[in-house]
Design a protein around this ligand. Structure first.
Ligand code: NAI
Ligand code: BUO
Length: 257
C-alpha cells in the first residue's frame, strides 16, 4: 500500500495508538503534536520499528499550520489519503466558574482545530482529484453532556456537527468525514481529569473519578488506545468507503446511542 495519513496530537495517548495502528496497516505516517519532546521520541520509536514516518510540530488551533502538516505529507510521501483530527484538550470546571479564557482555549483547539484540519485536508484531496478520508476525535461527551465538563462536552458536540456538515459538502468530491467517539481511556487526559475532579470534591480520593466513570462500562474494563485505534483503522480503510457523516461510539458499552 502506498497511502499516507496525518495524525494530529500523535506524540502520546490515543493519537499515538492510532498512528501506530495505521503504520501497521501500511500507511506512511505524518506524526504531529505541539509537544516536541513527545513527538520526537514517538518518531524515534516508529523508526526503530521500521515504519515510514516523519513528524511536524505545531498547534492545531492555527489554520496555517494545517497547510504545513498537509505539505509535509505531500513533500515527504507524495500524497495525502487520510487526515485524523485527533488533538484535543480537556477543561474540568464547574459550569459557573468556567472562564472566558478557558472557553476560548478549548474551542480554539478542539473545534477550530478540527475545522481547519478538515479544510486543509479537503483542499488537498480536491487538488489530487482523489478520494480522501477525514476522521475527527469526538467523544461520548459529543453524545452526552457531563457535569464539570460543560465546556469540553460542548466542543465535542460541535465536532459532531462539523463532521455532519463537512460530510454533506464534500460527499460529491468522494471525501468522507466521520468521527470516532471514545469512552474512558486511561491516557494523560484522564489523569488530568481525575486530578481536577478530585480537587473539586472533598469526598474523593485520587483515582475515584476515573473509577466512577470506568466502573459504569458494561464490558467491565476501561478503554485502551488500541480499542480506539481499531475503529479508526476501519474508518481509514477502503472498507469504510460507504460510511460518511457518522460519529461512531467506541466505549465498551457506556453511552447508548
Ligand atoms: N482519553 C479519553 O478517555 C478520551 C479522549 N477523547 C479525545 O481523544 C483525543 C485524544 O485524547 P488523549 O490521547 O486522551 O489526550 P492526551 O492529552 O493524552 O494526548 C493529547 C495529545 O495531543 C497533543 N496536543 C494538545 N494540544 C495540542 C495542540 N494545540 N496542537 C497539537 N497537539 C496538541 C498533546 O501534546 C498530546 O500529545 C482528544 O481529542 C480527546 O478529546 C475522547 C474521548 C475520551
Ligand atoms: C474525556 C472524555 O472524552 C470524556 C470524559 O468523555
Amino acid at each position: 500500500m502506498n497511502k499516507v495519513a496525518v495524525v494530529t496530537g500523535s506524540g502520546a495517548g490515543l493519537g499515538k495508538g492510532i498512528a501506530l495502528q495505521l503504520a501497521k496497516d501500511g500507511f506512511k505516517i505524518v506524526l504531529q503534536d505541539i509537544n516536541e519532546d513527545a513527538l520526537k521520541s514517538t518518531e524515534e520509536e516508529f523508526k526503530n520499528e521500521g515504519y515510514e514516518v516523519v513528524s511536524v510540530v505545531g498547534d492545531v488551533s492555527k489554520r496555517d499550520k494545517h497547510t504545513e502538516f498537509v505539505k509535509t505529507a505531500v513533500d515527504s510521501f507524495g500524497q495525502l489519503d487520510v487526515y485524523v483530527n485527533n488533538a484535543g484538550i480537556d477543561i474540568v470546571a464547574p459550569f459557573i466558574e468556567t472562564t472566558e479564557e478557558q472557553m476560548n482555549k478549548i474551542f480554539a483547539i478542539n473545534v477550530n482545530g478540527v475545522m481547519f484540519g478538515t479544510q486543509a485536508a479537503a483542499k488537498q484531496f480536491m487538488e489530487q482529484g482523489s478520494k480522501g478520508k477525514i476522521l475527527n476525535a469526538c467523544s461520548i461527551a459529543g453524545h452526552e453532556s457531563y457535569e464539570m465538563l460543560g465546556a469540553y462536552s460542548a466542543t465535542k458536540h460541535a465536532v459532531k456537527s462539523l463532521t455532519h456538515s463537512a460530510s454533506k459538502e464534500f460527499a460529491k468530491e468522494n471525501i468522507t468525514v466521520n468521527a470516532y467517539c471514545p469512552g474512558v481511556a486511561k491516557t494523560e487526559m484522564w489523569d488530568r481529569i481525575d486530578a481536577e475532579m478530585v480537587k473539586y470534591n472533598d469526598d474523593m480520593e485520587p483515582g475515584d473519578a476515573f473509577a466512577e466513570f470506568s466502573g459504569a462500562i458494561s464490558l467491565g474494563r476501561y478503554q485502551e488506545p488500541q480499542d480506539v485505534a481499531n475503529l479508526v483503522s476501519f474508518l481509514a480503510s477502503d472498507k469504510a468507503d460507504y460510511i460518511t457523516g457518522q460519529a461512531i461510539v467506541t466505549d465498551g458499552g457506556l453511552v447508548y446511542r
